[in-house]
Write a protein that binds this ligand. Structure first.
Ligand code: NAD
Length: 434
């Protein structure tokens, strides 16, 4: 079985490598020539645990190929997966420009019947539009089916999530093509749900919007804890023990970020506007999140007044641990606000420093470790719960900082240990220690 994958980002690369691991022959195409060169040599351009080893093994065993010629990828392919980015347009809608370009090059390359599988997150109706777009380009004797197969992997555990997916969603109006794609996934042994195309497209947005809702909800409860004197950790634990609620996604913090929740909630909101439907909860989820991202900055402003010239350290930039992805990361927004105050900023992230430096250049000092970042600082902001930060020896804050003032956006430390270490400690939804 021959598979082509268009787009070698977090989703496309993990998909391609995992299909190769399952024994399929996979050819990945990307418009980014440098990425293709690196990948062909076994170098993984993204940080994803276990990915590089699997990439190297499948390259060596001759099941995985990379090309910068779309025709090479399509030539023998029985299935063509599209996993290109669908970022946010300025108005919040999904930018389908990369998808359209991928579809155009597939259309030009197809010389036999094809099954096109869209993995990218796309608004309801897009798969149908893509089918029509392809039918208009390809020779009339060819038959093309478009199958929706949205992706649910999480960055940082992409490989694990692919092999242990809770469900594989396959949406097809051409049932034969849907069944064929389901068969492709059989070796993974995971539950498959087959639906019509529009339902599959909506399952993806509804799932992300629901998870975002859980986060914004618990953050609202955390803010209420700060007003009432309750403790969010206890409240969330007590809620989560109810199986109808579940304990996951009940960690209060400084808001969701990343390449998916922010853009997907906004794209869903745009879709509701198109259908003239007022999705009130969704609007609030988005609004609460953008307010939450400013929480620590406001706390710091309240404490210091002006932050001009203050030495501040930001620990953790990636939107979550075990990834180098900084797209829509709350830390990026915080750094922008701190720069606006003319603070003197050092940053430390175990994986994302390169990407942060691409964004902020010489405006920041990039530390090799937490010790160097916090040395001489007036305040520390904890933005990502990397183990290097959660397991950091609290005794080092008073030792190395000018004054041990910590703003913890991820509730990494217990209040008692913060007190014992002599910290002035502000977290989310818990009383301040000072
Ligand atoms: P990404 O930005 O990491 O990668 C996209 C890749 O597509 C890039 O390498 C880019 O060069 C390539 N590309 C752009 N145009 C192309 C074209 N015409 N032909 C071939 N390649 C092209 O994106 P990602 O994070 O992998 O996300 C891809 C899709 O999957 C998005 O729709 C996203 O919403 C969805 N998704 C992402 C995640 C995640 O955790 N990142 C999870 C689930 C779903």
């Amino acid at each position: 079985m021959e598979i082509a994958v268009f787009g070698t980002g977090y989703v496309g690369l993990v998909t391609g490598v995992c299909f190769a691991e399952m024994g399929y022959n996979v050819t990945c195409f990307d418009i980014d020539g440098d990425k293709i060169t690196a990948l062909s040599e076994g170098n993984c351009p993204i940080y994803e645990p276990g990915l590089e080893e699997m990439l190297k093994r499948n390259l060596a065993e001759g099941r995985l190929y990379f090309t910068n010629e779309s025709t090479n990828a399509c030539r023998k392919a029985d299935y063509i997966f599209i996993a290109v980015g669908t970022p946010e347009n300025e108005d919040g809608s999904a930018n389908l420009g990369y998808l359209d370009a991928a579809v155009a090059s597939i259309g030009k390359s197809l010389d036999r019947d094809g099954v096109i599988v869209i993995k990218s997150t796309v608004p309801v109706g897009t798969n149908e539009r893509v089918r029509k777009q392809l039918e208009a380009i390809i020779p009339s004797e060819l038959r093309v089916s478009v199958v929706s197969n949205p992706e649910f992997l999480r960055e940082g555990s992409g490989i694990l999530d692919t092999f242990h997916a809770d469900r594989i969603v396959i949406g097809a109006d051409d049932h034969e093509a849907g069944r064929a794609v389901a068969k492709l996934y059989e070796p993974f042994g995971r539950p498959v749900i087959q639906t019509d195309v529009r339902s599959a497209e909506l399952i993806k947005y509804a799932s992300n919007a629901f998870l975002a809702t859980k986060i914004s909800f618990i953050n609202e409860i955390a803010n209420l804890c700060e007003h009432t004197g309750a403790n969010i950790e206890d409240v969330a634990k007590g809620m989560g023990m109810d199986h109808r609620i579940g304990s996951q996604f009940l960690n209060a913090g400084i808001g969701y970020g990343g390449s998916c929740f922010p853009k997907d909630t906004k794209a869903l909101e745009k879709l509701t506007e198109y259908y003239d439907y007022d999705f009130k909860i969704l609007r609030s989820v988005i609004e609460v999140n953008s307010r939450q991202k400013q929480q620590l900055f406001h706390k710091a402003k309240e404490l210091f007044g002006s932050l001009q010239g203050k030495r501040v350290a930001v620990l953790g930039i990636a939107f979550k641990p075990h990834t180098d992805d900084i797209r829509e990361a709350p830390a990026v927004e915080l750094i922008t606000s701190l720069l606006g105050e003319q603070a003197d900023i050092s940053v430390y992230d175990p994986a994302a420093s390169g990407k942060v430096s691409d964004l902020f250049g010489s405006k920041l000092y990039y530390a090799e470790n937490a010790d160097t970042a916090i040395k001489g600082a007036d305040a520390v902001f904890i933005m990502t719960e990397w183990p290097q930060i959660t397991e950091y020896d609290l005794g080092r804050y008073p030792l190395l900082m000018r004054q041990p003032i910590i703003f913890d956006g991820r509730n990494c430390y217990g209040l008692e240990e913060a007190e014992t270490a002599g910290l002035t400690y502000f977290s989310i939804g818990r009383k301040a220690v000072n």
